[in-house]
Ligand binder design. Structure first.
Ligand SMILES: Nc1ncnc2c1ncn2[C@@H]1O[C@H](COP(=O)(O)OP(=O)(O)OP(=O)(O)O)[C@@H](O)[C@H]1O
Length: 370
């Protein structure tokens, strides 16, 4: 699967763009703040229908303009797909595949997917637990678009329960209305936890293998899901969840907040048994994220029968030569790379890539191979 044509209209700093790509390596190069990352963002959005980074979708519209669109034309094993997303300042975005409007992600062609890798991904190891939860949830959604609905249901019930906890503080007799909310929370929460641990076990196996192949023989990676709820036995999750919700009730009412559940869970990365968040070097942390992304890509290709598009945002300067070669030496997927300087791209890669000079929201002169 690959993206062969991209059109943008008032997207970030691009007023208008209409460009073709090859199905191998495409490199966006140019000075800082010219629009290279914006282009990757557009490609990720049109492929995954979600932002690569967390922000408001209205920020994607060019300053002071009323709307923006991204239109992508893809070739997949099952045929060509044209997808368009229009963003409005004053209403919800509109998504179309061909001539048909699509309201749900699960209605979209499942063959199209992308994996995004940027230097900020190191926050996945160093940053807040919410980033790790978002990472695993996004991957589950790539495989099971209906998971998004479970997450929304869970968030909705959680918000309602928290409101009720607040009311109970003032009117203690309302405590008898808590049980039905707890039951719903457990139902949706169980689905979220079980999907996450099943996906994490698949992805961690692959990531560990990649880590082994990229590291000295004595280093090994472990990845663990962390929850206050005992999830070691799937059939006992609900029982433990319910028991602990009851144990925590008094505390939860005091804080007007539900203190346990998938919204509080985390993922731990360990190198030789030590938490990578505190003990791994910056290079090792970066390597873990690289291995996770490669694992994600490998699972997607097995599941969908097509390699996802690989988007590498300014990572070349941060990787050593060996890792650069490993990333780029494979011919399996369409790759988009941004760099401020072509010297970071190995020569053998440059020879086969299409080059795009990005200059102030425009594509400048192009290499003859496009
Ligand atoms: N909604 C928007 N409307 C217009 N311009 C925008 C919008 N959002 C961001 N920009 C502009 O886009 C530019 C940044 O583009 P981008 O992040 O793609 O740069 P880049 O070429 O990847 O740079 P670097 O090499 O520094 O990462 C900035 O000049 C920013 O002001």
């Amino acid at each position: 699967m690959y993206l062969y044509n991209l059109r943008l209209y008032d997207f970030r700093n691009f007023s208008e763009l209409n460009t073709k790509f090859n199905n191998g390596i495409n490199i966006f190069y140019g000075d800082n703040a010219q629009g290279k990352t914006n282009l990757l963002e557009a490609i990720y959005f049109i492929s995954e229908l979600r932002a690569a980074r967390a922000f408001k979708e209205s920020e994607l519209i060019k300053y002071e303009r009323p709307l923006a669109f991204i239109k992508g034309e893809f070739k997949t094993n099952t045929g060509p797909i044209t997808r368009q997303v229009t963003f409005y300042r004053d209403r919800k975005k509109e998504v179309k595949e061909g001539e048909n409007k699509k309201n749900k992600r699960s209605d979209l062609c499942p063959d199209i997917s992308a994996v995004y890798f940027s230097p900020d991904d190191v926050d996945l190891i160093k940053g807040e637990p919410g980033l790790r939860r978002r990472f695993i949830d996004n991957i589950v959604c790539q495989f099971r678009p209906t998971f998004y609905k479970y997450l929304q249901d869970y968030q909705r019930v959680l918000a309602e329960r928290n409101m009720l906890l607040k009311s109970i503080k003032v009117k203690p007799e309302l405590i008898k209305t808590l049980d039905p909310w707890d039951n719903q929370l457990i139902e949706f929460g169980f689905r979220v936890i079980s999907e996450r641990i099943s996906m994490l076990s698949k992805i961690s196996q692959k990531a560990k293998d990649y880590f082994k192949s990229f590291s000295p023989p004595e280093s090994h990676l472990d990845i663990k899901y962390k929850s206050e709820i005992d999830f070691t036995n799937l059939s006992l999750i609900k029982k433990d969840y319910s028991k602990k919700l009851i144990e925590n009730r008094k505390k939860d009412i005091g804080r007007s907040f539900t203190s346990l559940g998938p919204h509080r869970d985390d993922i731990e990365f360990l190198i030789n048994g030590r938490d990578a968040k505190y003990f791994a070097s910056q290079g090792q942390q970066r390597l873990i994220t690289l291995c996770l992304k490669f694992a994600q890509r490998s699972l997607l290709s097995t599941e969908k029968g097509e390699f996802p598009i690989l988007l590498l945002d300014d990572v070349m300067s941060e990787l050593d030569e060996g890792h650069r070669k490993l990333i780029l030496d494979d011919e399996k997927s369409q790759v988009f790379i941004t760099t401020t300087d072509l010297k970071f791209i190995p020569d053998n890669i440059l020879k086969k890539a299409s080059l795009y000079l990005i200059n102030n929201g425009r594509i400048g002169e192009q290499d003859g191979k496009n």
